[in-house]
Each structure stands twice: as C-alpha cells, then as structure tokens.
Ligand binder design. Structure first.
Ligand code: SAM
Length: 394
C-alpha cells in the first residue's frame, strides 16, 4: 500500500489529479456503493474533491477539501475497493489490489486532458451567461446583453441545476417522435420555460408541454409570455391536477412544489400514463404529520419541529418506494431552491426495475406500519401495487 499512498500524495499535492474512479468492492454488499468517482471542484474559491458514491438506485455526493482528501481516498482502497483508475494529463494509473492487499500500479497513456480539469474547476452552465436567452430576458433574469442580474443569480443557478437534472435523464426519454410533457402546479413557470428552451431549442427535440395550475391570473400571464416568445407548443391551462384528463399518454411529468398531496395526485397521473420520467420536488408535506404515531419514536415525535421534518422525509421515502414498486428506478437528489425553502429534495424517477419487488414491498409495509401511515399515493394506486391486493385479500 505504500507505493499507492506515495502516488496519491504526489497527485494530490501537485494538483495533477483530474479524476479517480474506484470500483470492484472487496466484499459484496447489495446496500453498499459499487463505484466511487472523484473529481476536483472549485467551491467558494477553494479546491475540493467531490466524491460521487454510486449505489444501485442512487448517487450521493461528498465534497472534501483538497488538504484533507488523501486519507479518505486511501481508506477507500484499504477497506473497500480493489480497482482504481487515477487520471492525470500526463498518464493514467491503473490500480489493482489483490485479495491479500498486494498493490499493482500500471502506468498507461493519458485519456484525459488538462481541459477536462479546467472544465471541472470552472462551472459551465447549460444556459451560459453572456449569451442572451430570450425567456431569461423576459423573466428579468438576464439583461439584453446576456448579463445575469446580480439579485437574480440564485434563480439563474437554480434553473441551470434543474436543467442538469433533466440532462441526466435524457436517455430515458423516447426518441424519434414528439415528446409530451406536463408540468403540474406550474405557477409562474420559470422552470417550464427553461424546459421548453432546453429541450426544444437547444436539444431540438420535437415536443409539446402543458403547464397546469389552479390560479387563472398566473396562467394568463404565462400564456401571454409563451406567445411573446413564440413557444408555440407550450400551453398553459387552469385546472386541478386530480381532475386533469386531457391526455392519454405523457412521456414526462414535472411537478415542482405542488402543495401537500397535490404532489401525490401528480405522481399518480404520471404512473398511470406510464411516463418515462418523473421529476418532482414535494412541498408542504402535511399528510403524514397528522398520521404518524410510534411510541418508540416519542423522543423525536414529541417535538413539533422534529415531527414535521421527520414526517416530510418519511413522506418522500414512502413516495420513492411506491414509485420503485410501480416500475420506476427512483433517486432522491438535493434541489437548491431559494424561492421556497433553501434546500429541497427532488424525486427523480425513470422507468425501470428498482430490484426485487417482494423485498421492496416487505420493507415498505414494515416502514409504513411502524409509522401508522396511511399514504394517499398507496391508496390512490392500490390497483397498481399487486402485492397490496394480495395482502388485503389475505
Ligand atoms: C409553490 S408554487 C410552485 C410553482 C412552480 N412549480 C415552481 O416551482 O416555481 C405551487 C403551485 O402549485 C399550484 N397548485 C397547488 N395545488 C394544485 C392542484 N391541486 N392543482 C393544480 N395546481 C396546484 C399552486 O396554485 C401554485 O401555483
């Protein structure tokens, strides 16, 4: 291990490391991460290394200051992972660690360039500053020269972050035909316009988007803006999510900060349409707060503020697991949003298998029963949860 430690020290100390990918777990663990991807990132003008831990159904991130990164990186090799690829502009180093901890280091031709490093260090956005984007100008986020207004910078970052999350799931969307997207509870629709611009104008995907909201005045305003921008395939309608029956087939459902169980109504619609992708940022999760009961959790539940936060997290865990049970692979990601709450959770689900359904269901029912929860989404989708039908028959 000494030769590896020396190499890691040299690459970190000189700032040469462009990326590291660690794989091949020493001991199999279905709950554990299977890969770790490490890259330098600039945060608050300092160099950090971002560790992305890849699990079967999610990716978690940890940013570690450059000065402290050697130890956790070495520990991953010492305890968990048996293979690694460390990339610099001069060479790639392939690391192989035997069962008996014998280390081999193979030096290979570089596959990454310095440009990759610069790219990582200076964040590039999907919508770049300096180039006027008509909808951002209309919404007062940029001026006509493409300069982002100082007080709108958070919004600009948030729109870009959202688009990055959409970018990640592009391969899950059908190709070769017009996409249909619905944004439930679209409100002022900053992100609906962003989605249209990104998919239709930047990515040249034929599509139509429907934005639905209860508020007639907001919908009127959004419709006028869509007209001014000549976004011909973006329509805004007044209506309640639960009553929306206009379409038979939808490819992607977006629902951002729709209040309480309005999110569940949107998720139910998405699942029944068989949408290929769902992006949902829940908000005001009150339902479980009124239901949750468990004497063993009394130290937590007896404090209103903790009960509220716990109920919100448990609600999202329930939603994610129910989506997994209805044919989706679901991830929970951090979504920074200055307008509503500083930090939110985004539920991102794409069609696919999340794993053994019997185990998922078993874990779900134990969790739901432990909390005495009676979730809207489970009740609304009972017919789509075959295990539920079997259990209620038993
Ligand atoms: C907090 S705003 C979020 C707006 C926008 N999606 C965003 O993230 O900026 C929530 C919106 O959801 C709408 N909404 C809440 N319940 C709804 C329902 N049942 N049907 C349609 N819209 C709903 C509200 O009118 C409001 O405009």
């Amino acid at each position: 291990m000494e030769s590896l430690q020396k190499l890691i020290h040299q690459l970190i100390d000189s700032g040469e490391l462009i990326s590291a990918t660690l794989s091949q777990r020493r001991k199999r663990d279905p709950e554990g991460f299977t890969k770790v991807v490490i890259k330098p990132v600039e945060l608050k003008k300092s160099l950090y290394y971002q560790f992305a831990y890849h699990y079967s159904n999610k990716v978690t991130h940890e940013n570690i200051p450059a000065a402290e990164v050697e130890r956790p990186l070495m520990e991953l090799f010492e305890e968990t992972m048996r293979q690694g690829l460390l990339c610099t502009a001069d060479a790639d180093y392939q690391i192989l660690i035997s069962k008996k901890y014998k280390v081999s280091i193979l030096t290979k031709t570089a596959t990454k360039t310095q440009a990759d490093l610069n790219h990582n260090r200076k964040k590039r956005y999907i919508l770049d500053e300096g180039e006027p984007v008509p909808f951002l100008v209309e919404l007062g986020i940029m001026n006509e020269n493409g300069k982002v207004l100082a007080k709108k910078y958070d919004k600009f970052r948030q729109i870009n972050r959202f688009l990055e999350m959409v970018q990640d799931i592009l391969p899950a969307l059908p190709e070769g035909r017009e996409l249909t997207i619905v944004d439930f509870g679209c409100g002022k629709s900053y992100l609906t316009f962003a989605l249209y611009h990104y998919l239709n104008i930047q990515q040249r995907r034929p599509l139509r988007i429907v934005g639905l909201d209860l508020k007639a005045d907001v919908i009127e305003h959004c419709s006028q803006l869509a007209e001014r921008l000549h976004y011909d395939k973006l329509r805004f309608l007044v209506g309640d999510i639960a009553d929306y029956n206009e379409l038979d087939q939808v490819d992607m459902v977006v629902t951002l900060h729709a209040c309480d169980t309005a999110t569940d109504a949107a998720l139910e619609k998405a699942v029944r349409w068989g949408a290929s992708a769902i992006l949902s940022v829940p908000c005001c999760q009150h339902e479980l707060f009124a239901q949750v009961q468990n004497d063993e959790l009394s130290p937590l539940l007896s404090h209103g503020i903790l009960k509220e936060r716990f109920s919100a997290l448990a609600t999202d865990a329930i939603r994610a697991r129910l989506l997994d049970l209805m044919g989706y692979r679901t991830q929970l990601l951090e979504f920074i949003d200055m307008e509503h709450t500083p930090k939110n959770i985004l539920i991102r689900a794409v069609k696919g298998s999340a794993g053994d359904q019997a185990t998922l269901w078993q874990e779900y029912t134990v969790f739901r029963n432990m909390l005495s929860a009676n979730p809207y989404l489970e009740n609304a989708c009972r017919d789509l949860l075959p295990q539920a039908a079997e259990t209620s028959k038993a």
